[in-house]
Design a protein around this ligand. Structure first.
Ligand SMILES: Cc1ncc(COP(=O)(O)O)c(C=O)c1O
Length: 474
């Protein structure tokens, strides 16, 4: 039986649900990346490290809502905090005390966060941080890395996964809109640099610097393939930004979970602004941005009474959001961060190291065309390349092989992202990691006959080494 036939045999109720859901929802799902061929798996329940689908199949969850759930699916302290809070309300018109409590935890943990504001999502955090950078510098353009993903606001939906024929030279990447609907003006105002190439990045920043408000960069490309920045790259960015008056923004929406102080703590580089989300909400919707107090002061109310209009006394920057700072997300976030202390994160990261070491060793030993990248508790299995150090290395990912690997892992009872991204939760033990590695080797071995066909040129469909389709949204 093929991998797809096995998948279909295991998931008839998901198939039926997909047909029904598609009558009301385009593609049967709200989040684009949850649509995949032949049809998505629909989840019925989560419990600790497990997910259960509509057909009753149980999976070990190595995705944790795309890295947002390092404590697993039903953490008891988070559940208690949320249900207790729900008794007295979910979101009020005015601020309560939880906002300042979670803010104090974040400011206390992260060196670059002198002040913080909450948002409804990581996307919103990025949107506000970029606006703040433009307001503070008076400059129109922003810079991002090719392959960097920062949510779905127009400014950063540029060159997330550009097609090879449009991407331009490696050291001078083009600004390529990710999809139709991104205004040309946004694309024009977004300058692209090659991640982990300090010389080329510096040259581009120098060329445009009078127009550049900020560079936004992930300390490790997350959606772009879990590719860690070299320490030298981030340090170089810090010194060029200081010299040229460009603000440095670290997007730690994914990487914050790597250390109490975020990735900036172990890279030893303090950005001007940081964006975050996911883990700080304990599984409920949230985002946050913050940084230097003098920059964040632009959000402070002025002396007047018109909250919208800086000219008549409001803040320079107005921030709205009906559900921003809702008490449920804040309560969940406090309960989650309380548990995510140094020992807990160190143990999570050790499990991730173990997974990468054993899987890479076995892949090399069996001479499989695949590798696993990442850092700490975050990883990405790439089918095709045997090393991935830069975003363009992911071009040799075999799209159909990657998808079959994903389905093959589902068939073996493991959830990870279709593009191979995964992460560890505190619910996993060493046995889970070893089982994951065994299943991954098995699933990759199943792809091997097709690779033999590829090298002999006999399987036209599988010789397509074009990049994977973009799974932009998280
Ligand atoms: C680095 C990064 N920034 C921003 C975002 C957007 O966050 P959200 O999905 O909460 O809008 C994501 C989402 O995955 C992300 O990975």
């Amino acid at each position: 039986m093929t991998v797809i036939e096995t998948y279909q045999q295991r998931t008839p109720l998901s198939r039926r649900h997909f047909d029904a859901a598609s009558l009301a929802i385009p593609g049967g799902v709200t989040r684009s990346l949850n649509a995949w061929p032949p049809y998505p798996t629909y989840i019925d329940a989560g419990d600790g490290k497990h997910l259960r689908d509509l057909d009753g199949n149980r999976y070990r969850d190595f995705l944790g809502n795309y890295t947002a759930l390092p404590l697993g699916n039903t953490n008891e302290a988070v559940r208690t905090a949320v249900t207790d809070q729900l008794r007295t309300g979910s979101v009020y018109s005015f601020s309560g005390d939880l906002e300042a409590r979670l803010a104090a935890m974040i400011v206390g943990r992260i060196a670059g966060m002198e002040r913080v504001r909450f948002t409804g999502s990581g996307t919103e955090a990025v949107m506000f941080a970029l606006r703040l950078a433009r307001a503070a510098t008076g400059r129109p353009k922003i810079v991002k890395a090719e392959g960097g993903y920062h949510g779905t606001v127009d400014d950063v939906m540029v060159s997330n996964r550009p097609p090879a024929d449009l991407a331009g030279p490696r050291d001078r990447p083009n600004s390529v809109p990710e999809m139709r609907g991104i205004p040309e003006s946004r694309v024009h105002d977004t300058v692209i640099v090659p991640f982990n190439d300090p010389e080329a990045t510096e040259a581009i920043l120098r060329q445009h610097h009078t127009e550049l408000a900020a560079i936004i960069v992930e300390p490790m490309l997350g959606v772009g393939g879990m590719i860690p920045a070299t320490a030298g790259y981030l340090q170089r960015l810090r010194s060029i930004c200081d010299e040229l008056g460009i603000l440095l923004i670290f997007d730690e929406v994914i990487t914050l979970r790597l250390a109490v102080g975020g990735a900036q703590s172990f890279y030893g580089v303090t950005p001007d602004l940081t964006t975050m989300g996911k883990v700080i909400g304990g599984g409920l919707p949230i985002g946050a941005y913050g940084g230097r107090a003098d920059l964040m002061a632009l959000l402070e109310p002025g002396r007047g009474t018109d909250v919208y209009d800086a000219r008549s006394g409001g803040p320079v920057l107005y921030q709205g959001g009906t559900f921003t700072g809702n008490a449920l997300s804040l309560a969940a976030g406090i309960a989650a961060l309380t548990q995510l202390d140094h020992p807990a994160l160190t143990a999570l990261n050790a499990h991730g190291d173990h997974l990468r070491d054993t899987l890479n060793n076995r892949l090399r030993g069996a001479r499989h065309q695949a590798c696993v990248t990442g850092r700490g508790s975050l990883f990405n299995v790439h089918i095709g390349p045997t090393t991935v150090d830069t975003f363009r290395d992911t071009r040799s990912v075999n799209a159909s092989g990657q998808h079959d690997f994903f389905l093959g892992m589902l068939n073996r009872g493991f959830v990870l992202a279709a593009r191979g991204m995964g992460c560890i939760s505190t619910e996993h033990d060493t046995l889970d990691i070893d089982d994951f590695v065994d299943a991954a080797i098995d699933a990759i071995a199943d792809l091997a006959p097709r690779r033999a066909d590829i090298s002999s040129g006999s399987d036209a469909a599988s010789t397509d080494l074009s990049p994977q389709p973009l799974e932009a949204t998280q």
